[in-house]
Design a protein around this ligand. Structure first.
Ligand code: FAD
Ligand code: FES
Length: 250
């Protein structure tokens, strides 16, 4: 397992409920793959109960960024972490999004904070990805400017119609002309992922989804994150978080 210490460079709000955290590892760490995540120790506390999983958003030569939404106790404490603070990080953990074959067009579907998991994938796909991105409203659409520069096409929906198409991302998907050349990559709230999976199965499309489960250990030891699949129970932190779209038993 890869534990390392990292120094916070920046921890800034990017919307009312979202923050962007940039940290510099203080040791050499492996280059993460798209879809992988880190367990981040909140504050400089050694309390193992205060580690939470976050996707890699981007990686540069000397720093790693994550994008997070304020949810409960951990993330509320996290937003108070100051520049210069040294944190404990574990990772990169989990599997990654398989890279598409030449014949496929990657179709990335991101709901809400799910964008954090697929952003690095979009970057690695170097302008080949088509992205469908849905959020509740305009102010919950994150990283838009950076995202635009990374993708082939960007289609946006908001539930309240304050930006892009009014409706859910499933409405957007239903209107999009999918074909069997599209390879789906989806991340977002459970209900959305399930709807995307059902859509893909119905249309005979291939693809991958990234799941979110509460994690205690993050390294495959506690079984706390197990989900039911066609191949038995699998741990989201170890065999996931990325699964084949046809494998999850909902
Ligand atoms: C692979 C993966 C990648 C993710 N990537 C991102 C991302 O990039 N951005 C993002 O915003 N979110 C991401 N999430 C979700 C994020 O991890 C949760 O929103 C975050 O953990 C919420 O923590 P919280 O303490 O604020 O919320 P809480 O609701 O207080 O806690 C969340 C859960 O953590 C567990 N927990 C809380 N306290 C304890 C404790 N004392 N001991 C053990 N467990 C406890 C509980 O199961 C609790 O339900 C990801 C999740 C996964 C699994
Ligand atoms: S979080 Fe412990 S096994 Fe996945």
């Amino acid at each position: 397992v890869l534990h390392f210490k990292a120094e916070i460079k920046e921890n800034i709000p990017v919307s009312k409920n979202h923050y962007l955290l940039t940290f510099t590892p203080l040791a050499k760490t492996p280059v993460p793959l798209p879809g992988q995540f880190y367990m981040i120790g909140i504050g400089n506390s050694c309390d193992p109960l205060l580690k939470r999983p976050f996707s890699i958003l981007t990686k540069s030569d000397d720093s790693i960024r994550i994008l997070y939404r304020i949810k409960g106790k951990g993330t509320t404490l996290m937003k108070e972490m100051k520049t210069g603070t040294v944190i404990n990080v574990m990772g990169p953990l989990g599997n990654s999004y398989p890279i598409p074959k030449k014949k496929h067009t990657p179709l990335i579907i991101a709901g809400g904070i799910g964008i954090a998991s697929v952003f690095y994938l979009a970057e690695k796909l170097k302008g080949k990805a088509i992205v469908l991105y849905g959020a509740r409203g305009k102010h919950e659409l994150l990283m838009l400017d950076e995202l635009r520069g990374l993708v082939k096409e960007l289609h946006i929906s908001t539930d309240d119609g304050s930006y892009g198409k009014k409706g859910t991302i499933i409405d957007l998907l239903n209107e999009f002309h999918v074909n069997d050349k599209h390879l789906i990559y989806a991340c977002g709230p459970k209900g959305m992922i399930r709807a995307v999976s059902e859509f893909a199965l119905e249309k005979g499309l291939k693809g991958y989804i990234s799941l979110e489960e509460n994690m205690a250990c993050g390294i495959g030891a506690c079984m706390g994150c197990a989900v039911k699949t066609l191949k038995g129970y699998k741990r989201v932190c170890k065999e996931g978080p990325v699964f084949n779209i046809k494998d999850i038993l909902w």
